[in-house]
Write a protein that binds this ligand. Structure first.
Ligand SMILES: NC(=O)c1ccc[n+]([C@@H]2O[C@H](COP(=O)([O-])OP(=O)(O)OC[C@H]3O[C@@H](n4cnc5c(N)ncnc54)[C@H](OP(=O)(O)O)[C@@H]3O)[C@@H](O)[C@H]2O)c1
Length: 337
């Protein structure tokens, strides 16, 4: 008989205040094949992708297990795994094509896993992978910003500065790329948070942006709904500037107004590499390793903000409700089963 494990999932979409919207279950533990690692999950964090995928609902009869951030310990490795061994502490986001991290034991392809930063606790590390991958790929790969200061002094505007992605993007842009960073935040607590993380200036995203900026940005990173921002982009971006959004538009957009200034628009999707098994999929392992060295050196700090208790359906429902309200600062984490 296969060993069983605790997990949290749902059989159909229900509003988060319904106790059945996420439920505790006991299921068979998985077994690693190929390059998979079997990870004993110690802590997870919750992202907007969890609430969006919960809203999309499971297929008929499916138990959908969410969770796209974990820190834990490798229990076993598939026969083709070569980057990790049992006993290694790891942190990763995984793939949205497979069951998520809200389970005691979890399978993940080692090519998207990093060694946990040694100086961070499991909870502090679980806060980081999904947002670090997104911000790193967005800034250094899609926007082409040098991560060693080659574009020092250029201006970056981050829209949605205090959220999970913004909180790590501010640090990558300041500490590694040495840009001048303006971050958007709309409340005293979120303004204080982005300033503490290193933003040079703040703007309020609840008010019109061009008037507040005092100059065009060379780079814009959109970490919030893109649709309402699109008309302002040609005004707030400098000639030959670059824009990256991580939030898919709901309506078609007109790219023509970006032509006069020769602006570049790029999408970032942190699941692209794992979904399409791209030849450079292991780039996510490498960037998590590089980021871990910066966390251990203290160049970057964790964006962990609140521990909501153990990993169970009731506490995950609290986390989902908070994410759905749209004003969390940094990251919410759950720890232990
Ligand atoms: N493409 C990808 O690979 C990818 C990866 C990660 C995330 N995402 C998406 O990116 C978005 C942000 O993710 P996240 O994890 O950073 O979210 P989050 O942590 O839930 O973001 C919360 C923050 O959003 C800010 N905010 C609320 N309304 C805003 C507005 N109108 N304009 C700008 N900021 C606003 C809030 O700041 P105030 O409280 O100050 O208003 C709050 O601090 C989500 O839609 C998520 O699904 C995409």
């Amino acid at each position: 008989m296969r060993p069983s494990m605790k997990a949290i999932g749902h059989y159909k979409y229900l509003p988060i205040d319904d106790p059945e919207s996420l439920v505790d279950v006991q299921i068979d533990a998985p077994k690693p094949e190929g390059r998979d690692l079997l990870v004993e999950v110690k802590a997870v964090s919750v992202n907007p992708v969890d609430t969006k995928r919960r809203a999309a609902g499971p297929k008929p009869g499916e138990l959908k297990i969410l969770g796209y951030d974990a820190a834990g310990v490798v229990k076993a490795a598939g026969p083709a795994a070569m980057l990790f061994k049992p006993g290694d502490a790891v942190y990763y986001a995984g793939s949205n094509q497979r069951p998520g991290t809200n389970s005691e034991l979890h399978l993940v392809d080692e090519r998207v896993v990093g060694h946990k930063p040694e100086k961070l606790s499991f909870a502090e590390a679980a806060a980081l992978p999904l947002t670090t991958i997104t911000a790193w790929e967005g800034l250094f790969e899609r926007l082409g910003i040098s991560k060693t200061g080659g574009h020092e002094g250029r201006r970056l505007l981050i829209l949605g500065g205090a959220g999970g992605v913004g909180s790590i993007a501010i640090q990558l842009a300041k500490k590694l790329a040495r840009l001048r960073v303006t971050a958007s935040a709309s409340r005293p607590e979120s303004i204080a948070w982005v300033s503490k993380l290193g933003a040079d200036a703040t703007v309020d995203h609840s008010k019109p942006l061009p008037e507040q900026l005092g100059g065009e940005a060379d780079y814009v990173l959109i970490c919030t709904n893109t649709d309402p921002l699109f008309p302002a982009l040609p005004k707030i971006t400098a000639p030959q500037g670059r824009i990256c959004s991580i939030v898919r538009t709901l309506k078609p957009v007109d790219l023509a107004p970006l032509q006069e200034k020769s602006l570049t628009f790029a999408w970032e999707g942190m699941f692209t590499r794992s979904t399409f098994q791209t030849p450079d999929m292991q780039g996510q392992h490498e960037l998590l390793e590089a980021a871990a060295r910066h966390f251990d050196a203290g160049t970057l700090v964790t964006t962990f903000r609140e521990n909501l208790g153990r990993i169970c359906a009731a506490n995950l429902r609290v986390a989902h409700r908070r994410i759905e309200q749209g004003h969390t600062i940094g990251k919410l984490v759950l720890e232990g089963f």
